[in-house]
Each structure stands twice: as structure tokens, then as C-alpha cells.
Design a protein around this ligand. Structure first.
Ligand code: SF4
Length: 548
């Protein structure tokens, strides 16, 4: 771990973490009611201004992230070059007047036959049945839709929905899933995508059939093998005995067992206050690679038979065998996207010490994903576009993820960091539009100083306000949740930062990004990522210049 980069306070930006910063820069525990003010939280209001040190004109600033210990994304550094330019858009020249960072194109696309276009190469993590995803969904979905970034509906959304109706074990009515999909599609203008995950319970409940009938191929279906934060199925916590029993009836593992007399007694007397709902592990009945392949291909064939044209896979921080299987099977099945979530990835609810100790850390997993995908490419095989996940929050880490897996990495999948603006905007909206407080799940009674210092209405608080207005029209602004405005504003800051880093690397189109744009800050990181050590990269060329 690079020890120095993130401390609780960042004097340069004038930001401060509420809790302890993780390697992503976010607090290990991020709260929906947080009053600030980490970099992501502040960027969700003031946007690209936060790319720079505060108090311009009376300060100077210097970096403290140059001592790199251990292997992490923070131990990778970004190359810059003294000359050249690549990837200028048609109509633009290599003249310095054209080669300016706002001209860097961040548009990307992924997929096999059908390309899914995105305006920025970021997507959300899977926002599933965890209540925090449902509560802030409008902000997340509308924000991402306006930005042109894909959103992922996580597993179990139908199963935990009390309003959903199953007939003969198959879903016939799924209002929460409908809401999630419809909200995203409302502002969708052809960029981005709605991706819906399916796990063991979802497959049993007939989620795929339901979506195929209702939405057809507007939705990308995602098979889920796992995630970075845990190696068991997803969990949520419920506080009512009735709901716990309902979930048990729906076929979930509920712990402790709400049917047990002693548990009911303990609940009544208050010593048990909540129940954990777990999903099952997948593929427990399979014992070798061939069986997993066969089962996987059967599932894909089934989904294709239902009419899905775009299918993706998400895998977690499992070891190298599972990584190789995911890469190889995705290639064989011609999947459209493979998301690889390393340890360091976030969650709504995973066992804490499991999160701390299990699985392959993101930079190592992602470096291997590049190596394995390259092996397929070298053998002339089909390769799947990749999305890297697990601890990404800032623009430099987005750059590093994209470069480490280039040319296969098309997207960076961000969970917790894209949720922060959803919380923040909803809290602000709850204060400024009290009639909407309940609808948006605002947590505040008044604006904290950290917000009121910036402004007292949406137009003053969100740097992206008028850009959104230009896109949707002044009349429509009343329907845009403040959380969506905050997501737009954060995405704009990340995009501008990414454009600057790409311009410095002389790449004016995202598709030009390459592993050569990275160097390792220490030997360990070099050994594991195969990205050359900073003092070695270009050393031969340097010496040839000196000898010439
Ligand atoms: S928004 Fe989350 S990550 Fe940021 S300071 Fe608050 S709790 Fe920490």
C-alpha cells in the first residue's frame, strides 16, 4: 500500500474524509448522511474546479505521492511525453491550437456485434437489492443516463420486492425492477446501457424471461460469478420478522432462521434485532472446468434463445483459475463485456473481515487479466472487452485501470464513488425542496456549512446545473433529482481530469491509451504488473540519444 497518498485531511484540495480513507480515497465506511467532505463528495458540487489546489494566487502546492511501497494502483505512475500527439479527431490537426485537453475524446464503446456506446468510460457497480441502491435509484439512474454511462442493476431485486408477484415460481409482476429499468431509459439518448444481473435465485425466479418479454434487447443481461468484496452470495439486512419470513419463503437463506422458536423469542425480547438474507453460491454441484464451461454455455444459449443480443459476465476477486475460465468462456461465448472486480471493491453489506482478507487485489488481478486476454489474442482468438472494478474513484485511477488492461479495457466500473453524489444531492434536495424529502430519502434538516458555503440553491451549488439544463431544457429541470445533478457534476470533473492526463500522455482519443503510458513506482509492482520500473522505461532510447 502506498501509505502516503490518502490521509484523513487533504490540505491541498481543502477536503477531508469523514472516516478513514481506503486506497480508493473514499472512507472505508461511506455514509449516505455524510456532511463531507472528501474529494468525491466535494467534486459532486464544485466539479472540475477540484482538479486544482485551493486558494489560487496565495499558495504553492507539492505532491506527496512519490514514495511507493507495495503493490497498488497508487504505486503505478502515469507517463507524460515532451513531444507528439496521437489520435486527433478528423478535422483537427497536430497544431498546438488543436491539441488541447478539451479536445480529447473520451467516447468509448464495447461489445461484439452490437456496439454499446458510452460518452465517458465509466459505469456503476452492481446496485442490487441493498436498500441503499433502491432508495437513491432515481438519482443514480437519471444521473448516469444523462452522462451517457451504463448502470448495473444488481442481483435479487425481484426476489426481495414485496410487491413482486410470482406464479408457479416464476415472476409475473416486478414493479421495482420495472422502475429501475424505466427510470434509466427515460433520459437515455443512445449512449450508455442498462445492465441487469442474474444470480442463482434470479434464474430460478424467471427474471430473464420476464425481462425478455417486457424489454427485449434494450437490456444487457449479466451473469454473475462474484464480486470483489466477498466470495459468498449477496447479503442484505432486514429488521422485521415478517419480512425475514417472506424472504425465507422466497427461497433465500435467512440467518438467523426466522422460523425457529428461539429466534422469534429473541427477536421479541430485542436481543436479535435484524436478520441477514443471503443468496446461494453458484455452481456448487460442478467439480471441474469442463463442467463449468458446459453449464456456462448452456446458460448463454438459453439467454440468446430468449432474444438477448448483448450479454455480459461479472466475476470477482477469485484466483487465477476462475479468472482464466471467465476470460476464456467469455471469449468462446462471444460476450459483450467482462467485468473483473478485484479485492478493494466495495459493497452494501459484506462480512468485514472477509472483505479485508479474501481474494486477489485489483492491480494484480487486472494485470493477470491483461496477460491472459493477450494470450487469446496472440492465438488469434476472439477477445472480450473488459471492465475493471475494485477501488476506483479518482480520474488518475480510471486512467491507470484503462491503461493497465489496454487495448482490452474499455470501461472502469465504479461502485461506491458514483453513489456518493447520489446521497449528497438527495440530502441537499431534501432540505431545499422539503416536499420531496421523503421521495428522495434526504437525511438532513438543514444544509451543513460544507454545502451552504458553496450556495443555497441548486443553480449555485452544482457546477453542472446549466449544462444539464442545456441538455434537457429548462422545463424539464424540475424532474431532475439533485442527486443526478451531483452525478453529472462529478462525472464532469472525472472526465476533465482524464482528458488532462490523456493530453499529457499525448493521446487525444481514449482508444490510443496503452500500457506504455504507465510506469511502476517500485520493483514489486513492476514484477507483478509487468509495467516497467519508472527508471527503466525508455532507458535504452535515452542512452541511444546520448551516444548518438
Ligand atoms: S462521502 Fe463517504 S467517502 Fe466521502 S467523506 Fe463522506 S463518508 Fe467519507
Amino acid at each position: 500500500m502506498s501509505m502516503l497518498r490518502f490521509t484523513k485531511g487533504n490540505d491541498v484540495l481543502g477536503t477531508a474524509n469523514r472516516g478513514n480513507p481506503a486506497e480508493s480515497s473514499l472512507c472505508t465506511l461511506c455514509r449516505a448522511d455524510c456532511t463531507g467532505k472528501c474529494e468525491t463528495w466535494m467534486s459532486s458540487m464544485i466539479g472540475r474546479k477540484l482538479l486544482y489546489p485551493r486558494d489560487f494566487g496565495v499558495v504553492t502546492a507539492g505532491a506527496n505521492n512519490i514514495t511507493h511501497t507495495g503493490i497498488s494502483y497508487n504505486a503505478l505512475r502515469i507517463q507524460g511525453y515532451a513531444y507528439g500527439s496521437k489520435g486527433m479527431a478528423p478535422g483537427l490537426s497536430n497544431d498546438p491550437d488543436d491539441c488541447i485537453f478539451p479536445n480529447v475524446s473520451l467516447e468509448s464503446e464495447f461489445g461484439q456485434e452490437i456496439k454499446t456506446k458510452v460518452r465517458v468510460p465509466i459505469m456503476t457497480g452492481a446496485l442490487g437489492s441493498t436498500f441503499i441502491a433502491a432508495k437513491y435509484w432515481d438519482s443514480f439512474a437519471i444521473g448516469c443516463s444523462l452522462v451517457g454511462a451504463p448502470i448495473v442493476v444488481g442481483e435479487n431485486v425481484v426476489g426481495v420486492d414485496k410487491e413482486s408477484v410470482l406464479e408457479g415460481g416464476k415472476i409475473v409482476k416486478a414493479p421495482e425492477l420495472d422502475r429501475r429499468i424505466d427510470t434509466y431509459l427515460r433520459y437515455n439518448d443512445g449512449y450508455g446501457a442498462i445492465i441487469v444481473q442474474m444470480n442463482v435465485e434470479d434464474a430460478r425466479n424467471g427474471v430473464a424471461e420476464y425481462i425478455a418479454n417486457k424489454y427485449g434487447d434494450k437490456v444487457i443481461m449479466e451473469l454473475k460469478w462474484g464480486q470483489g468484496a466477498k466470495d459468498i452470495g449477496g447479503e442484505i439486512q432486514v429488521k422485521s420478522l415478517e419480512y425475514a419470513k417472506f424472504l425465507k419463503d422466497r427461497g433465500y437463506v435467512v440467518d438467523p432462521d426466522p422460523e425457529k422458536a428461539s429466534v422469534q423469542e429473541a427477536f421479541k425480547n430485542g436481543s436479535i434485532k435484524s436478520f441477514a438474507r443471503h443468496s446461494r453460491l453458484g455452481a456448487t454441484n460442478l467439480s471441474n472446468v469442463d463442467q463449468v464451461r458446459e453449464d456456462f454455455m448452456k446458460n448463454i444459449e438459453y439467454l440468446r434463445g430468449l432474444g438477448f443480443k448483448r450479454i455480459s459476465l461479472k466475476t470477482g476477486a477469485y484466483g487465477m483459475e476462475a479468472l482464466a475460465m471467465a476470460i476464456k468462456f467469455a471469449s468462446e461465448a462471444k460476450l459483450d463485456l467482462l467485468t473483473i472486480d478485484g479485492a478493494g471493491g466495495g459493497t452494501g453489506m459484506s462480512p468485514w473481515n472477509m472483505m479485508q482478507s479474501w481474494g486477489v487485489p485489483s492491480p494484480i488481478l487486472h494485470a493477470k487479466a491483461y496477460e491472459y486476454t493477450s494470450m487469446l489474442a496472440a492465438a488469434g482468438k476472439n477477445t472480450t472487452d473488459l471492465s475493471f472494478a475494485g477501488g476506483f474513484a479518482l480520474e488518475d485511477s480510471i486512467f491507470k485501470g484503462l491503461a493497465l488492461g489496454a487495448p482490452y479495457t474499455k470501461m472502469i466500473c465504479m461502485g461506491r464513488s458514483l453513489m456518493v453524489p447520489g446521497f449528497l444531492g438527495s440530502n441537499i434536495e431534501g432540505v431545499l425542496r422539503p416536499d420531496r424529502r421523503e421521495a428522495v430519502n434526504g437525511n438532513w434538516d438543514a444544509l451543513p456549512k460544507t454545502v451552504s458555503e458553496i450556495g443555497s440553491k441548486a443553480e449555485e451549488i452544482f457546477a453542472g446545473y446549466y449544462d444539464i439544463q442545456a441538455k434537457v431544457g429548462a422545463d424539464e429541470m424540475k424532474n431532475i433529482p439533485y442527486g443526478a445533478m451531483a452525478i453529472w457534476t462529478l462525472a464532469d470533473k472525472l472526465a476533465a481530469g482524464l482528458q488532462q492526463l490523456l493530453a499529457g500522455a499525448r493521446k487525444f482519443n481514449l482508444s490510443e491509451i496503452s500500457r506504455d503510458d504507465l510506469v511502476s513506482g517500485n520493483r514489486e509492482t513492476e514484477r507483478e504488473t509487468k509495467i516497467p520500473f519508472v527508471g527503466d522505461a525508455g532507458d535504452e532510447i535515452a542512452k541511444a540519444i546520448l551516444k548518438g
